[in-house]
Ligand binder design. Structure first.
Ligand code: SF4
Length: 422
């Protein structure tokens, strides 16, 4: 048993609430267990209990042993004067509040079912792919769905936190915030940091000046990425290099180290060279992309924004200096879907939240419902547990659930975990 579990048991009411008495024989009736307080101060606020014949409204403090009241120095802290009840596993010491009054205490040691503790231990000690691996198949669809909706909001909030920083940095320039999110999404995980750094080194206002000059935008993209430091004979490379020398000194642009971009264990279609060419094509097509996204109302309109044409060179190359067989160099449907999921949806969501525009948040969520589910090892593993992702809404929620809840064993904060333990 630990304090987290005891708090959970109190919060969920998983104890025998009949015949509760303090050690000195006062009868306790619990009407409201209170609201969990995640800030400083007592563990639960806004509780209501009756002690003998008197009703009390206030806070509740939870400890494994009552002596922890003193260890944590609550007896000196006025913030705990409104604690109406001490809930402990073992009552091993009489406790006083800072004002000198005795704090009534109930001991739950013999009031908690063995099975509750056993199920919790099973979750905590499980070595399965997810802790509730053996139990989740028996959990009803409605509970799973409720948990998925909850974690999806958290996923968008987490992604938004990153964008909020960009928003501050750009002085609320939404086109620029989206430009950074777009760069990150084109890094497809492995190269996301490098792509975002590239975007920071290549300001959007400079792209705007070269909007109809794709060669210049490509030259800046590859130059800043450090890809033009080498030497290759082909004409396209030499043209880029020449443009880059001029633009670099004109705008005082800074080069990244090419090694920031990773090639290892990647399909050629994901090689940074081709992805950088695609990024340059999107950025050059319309630097005020976010405005365009806001006025696009159908999925098809949104997808059209990312239909781009890169330089012919990339139809026969995945990287500089190495000719390959002919291939498509524009973005695949799958890549466009990933940009919509990872850049468009979070930016629309935070834009809606910041501007108080509920329609915009709804547009972001609807978009996830319209896009197909992602296909990766996490989604396939969920499927073996009979939890199938039908849309990107489901797949994003399942990824969040696995990475930020199951892997961190936050089962006590999970509706599925609550069902398993109950
Ligand atoms: S967080 Fe929820 S879904 Fe994940 S293992 Fe725990 S109970 Fe299961």
């Amino acid at each position: 048993m630990n304090e987290e579990l005891l708090q959970y048991i109190w919060m969920a009411g998983l104890f025998d609430a009949n015949s509760l008495y303090t050690k000195d024989g006062q009868e306790i009736t619990v009407y409201r267990r209170g609201r969990l307080n995640t800030d400083s101060g007592p563990d639960f606020t806004n509780a209501h209990v009756r002690i003998d014949y008197t009703d009390w409204f206030g806070n509740i403090e939870i400890h494994l042993n009552s002596e922890q009241w003193y260890e944590h120095k609550h007896h000196l802290d006025k913030a705990y004067n409104n604690t109406i009840l001490h809930v402990v596993l073992n009552d091993n010491k009489i406790c006083y509040r800072a004002d000198g009054s005795i704090l009534p205490c109930i001991e739950l040691k013999n009031k908690i079912a063995e099975s509750t503790i056993a199920k919790y231990k099973q979750l905590k000690q499980s070595k399965n792919w997810i802790p509730c691996f053996d139990a989740i198949k028996s959990i009803d669809h409605f509970t799973v769905q409720q948990q998925l909706e909850r974690v999806l909001s958290l996923r968008l909030e987490n992604k938004s936190a990153h964008l909020e920083l960009a928003l501050k940095k750009t002085n609320n320039n939404w086109d620029e915030v989206f430009y950074f999110a777009l760069a990150r999404s084109l890094g497809f995980g492995t190269n996301s940091e490098a792509f975002e750094q590239l975007a920071h080194n290549m300001p959007l206002n400079i792209i705007l000046k070269h909007q109809n000059q794709p060669l210049q935008i490509e030259a800046m993209t590859f130059g800043i990425a450090g890809f033009l430091e080498e030497d290759f004979d082909d004409v396209y490379f030499q043209q880029l290099k020449q443009e880059w020398q001029f633009l670099k000194s004109k705008y005082s642009l800074h080069t990244l180290d090419k090694s920031s971009f990773k090639f290892m264990r990647m399909r050629p279609g994901n090689f940074p060279g081709l992805r950088l060419a695609q990024f340059a094509a999107i950025a050059g097509k319309c630097p005020e992309l976010f405005k365009q996204i806001c006025i696009s109302y159908t999925l098809e309109n949104l997808k059209d924004i990312f239909q781009i044409q890169v330089s012919d060179y990339w139809n026969e190359h995945y990287q500089f200096g190495k000719t390959s067989s002919q291939h498509r160099s524009n973005l695949s449907q799958q890549a466009i879907n990933q940009i919509l999921i990872n850049a468009v949806v979070p930016t629309l969501f935070i834009y809606g939240k910041t501007m108080g525009d509920a329609m915009c948040c709804e547009k972001a969520l609807n978009l996830l419902q319209l896009l197909p589910a992602e296909d990766n090892v996490i989604i396939r593993n969920w499927q073996t547990l009979n939890i199938k992702a039908n849309t990107a809404f489901d797949s994003q929620a399942l990824i969040e659930l696995k990475k930020n809840h199951c892997d961190l064993r936050k089962c006590l904060n999970c509706k599925i975990g609550t069902k398993v333990i109950n």
